[in-house]
Design a protein around this ligand. Structure first.
Ligand code: NAD
Length: 428
């Protein structure tokens, strides 16, 4: 396909990656945001989010002239072949997706989009949103297309440029094929379908992953009760190609900016369609139960009572490789610990500044000073390489709770500490 004039609205994880990557494969891209300060930083090549390769791609796009940043979508949209909506769709009242940003942008640009220009939702939106946007637009000459995004934070650029698949759906199939063609350079398989199916793919995929994680967390709990080892169990499961190895790692519960809101949204979508999605509700409940079990494990490690316990936290981001704290399970655990009176010191290689209920430090060893327990909450590789002998010297107590099964227990034990993982025997 020849280069297209693309507008990307929203310059967060999804929008900035989309804009920079589409520019890198030859399209002429204008990125738009409401945050004027952010736009100014991006126009100067400064990228706030931690995503490998993204700042370089933005720099190259700016230098080539194929990428630019502006405030306000109207002028840009007036000269576009396609407009991508990459704005937030957070959890709204009662768990449903809040579509106000999607609707606001539609209203902002609805009368200036040229005839034939595709309006494309990359934001995760409930089934029926394409129809809703068409109604809001009140125009039959602007095709509305769903093109959900599957990138993962921490590997956003690589995921965008080497996707497992591209999903595009519209009730205007020619427009859907045109949008799929924007990715021709990527040589990825594409699924071109109707709007409702494309919208549902994203929720179906994310909720499947959340359910898989809840399942493995429940199996880890069974391992502890039955004297089995989750590492051996998941290895045995993962060799089965019908199951696969990914998303088989137990942890402190799933979180991040997508899985919690998308699982709640799909239960609401199902409810509105008259279907009680009990399986998905159970996965959500299991996630809360997992966090409660982690809290109980930490309380047990400090002698039963969290009040006044000094606890060092390693990791705050919702997963390694990102500085995103949105719906981080580490923060969820920390807030319950703090509510029970624990004194928290925390370190994360990608997170600084002030956070409620804890002191954030910039050295992992500082969390151990005077601590009764050290708890690993995010699977940063650098925690594996810590000097546990030195940590043990700094600590008051001897408990290490490893909610990611990240550490080599032997190294922790050899330092004179105890180690507890998830779904594994406690070692002291
Ligand atoms: P984000 O919060 O990182 O970024 C959203 C951006 O949109 C912000 O810069 C904000 O200022 C801007 N914005 C808000 N309202 C706007 C408006 N009216 N006009 C212009 N800009 C506006 O969000 P994100 O993580 O990139 O997620 C965006 C969408 O993509 C969501 O629907 C999310 O569910 C979906 N998604 C996210 C991921 C992910 O890993 N983060 C992956 C796949 C899909």
């Amino acid at each position: 396909m020849s280069p297209a004039r693309i507008v990307v609205v929203g310059t967060g994880y999804v929008g900035l990656t989309t804009g920079a990557c589409l520019a890198s494969i030859g399209h002429q891209v204008t990125c738009v945001d409401v945050d004027a300060a952010k736009v100014a930083r991006l126009a100067a090549g400064r990228v706030d989010i931690l995503e490998p390769g993204l700042a370089e791609l933005v720099g190259r796009g700016l230098t080539s002239g194929r990428l630019s940043f502006v405030v306000g979508a109207r002028t840009a949209a007036a000269g576009a072949d396609g407009v991508f909506l990459c704005v937030p769709t957070p959890m709204g009242a009662g768990g449903a997706a809040d579509l106000r940003a999607v609707e606001a942008v539609t209203a902002e640009i609805g009368d200036v989009i040229p005839p034939g220009c595709a309006l494309i939702t990359k934001s995760t939106v409930p089934v029926g949103t394409s129809r809703r946007i068409r109604e809001l637009l009140g125009r039959s000459d602007v095709p509305v297309v769903s093109n959900p995004e599957f990138l993962r934070e921490g590997t956003a650029v690589a995921d965008f440029l080497h996707p497992d698949r591209i999903v595009v759906g519209s009730d205007d199939l020619a427009a859907a094929h045109w949008v799929a063609g924007l990715y021709d350079e990527l040589a990825a398989p594409s699924v071109v379908t109707d709007a409702a199916s494309a919208e549902l793919v994203k929720y179906a995929a994310n909720c499947f992953l959340a359910t898989k994680l809840s399942y493995v967390n429940a199996i880890a709990e069974l391992c502890e009760r039955l004297g089995a080892d989750i590492e051996a169990v998941t290895e045995g499961m993962g060799h089965d190609r019908r199951i696969g190895r990914s998303f088989l790692k137990p942890g402190p519960g799933w979180g991040g900016s997508c899985l919690p809101k998308d699982t709640h949204a799909l239960t609401r979508i199902a409810e509105a369609a008259g279907f009680e999605f009990g399986l998905l509700r159970a996965a959500i409940d299991e996630n809360v139960a997992q966090r409660d079990r982690i809290i109980a494990k930490i309380a047990g490690a400090v002698g039963g009572s969290l009040a006044g316990a000094r606890i060092g936290l390693l990791g705050l981001a919702f997963k390694a490789g990102t500085n995103d704290l949105r719906d981080s399970p580490a923060l969820a655990v920390a807030s319950v610990l703090a509510a029970h009176g624990a004194e928290l010191t925390a370190y994360d290689p990608a997170v600084g500044g002030e956070l409620p209920g804890m002191v954030v430090v910039d050295d992992p060893y500082q969390v151990a000073k005077g601590a009764d327990a050290v708890v690993v909450l995010t699977e940063w590789d650098e925690f594996r390489r810590l000097d546990w002998v030195y940590l043990a010297e700094l600590m008051d107590g001897d408990a290490v709770v490893d909610t990611r099964n990240l550490l080599e227990p032997r190294r922790v034990l050899d330092a004179g500490l105890s180690w507890q993982g998830i779904g594994r025997a406690r070692e002291a």
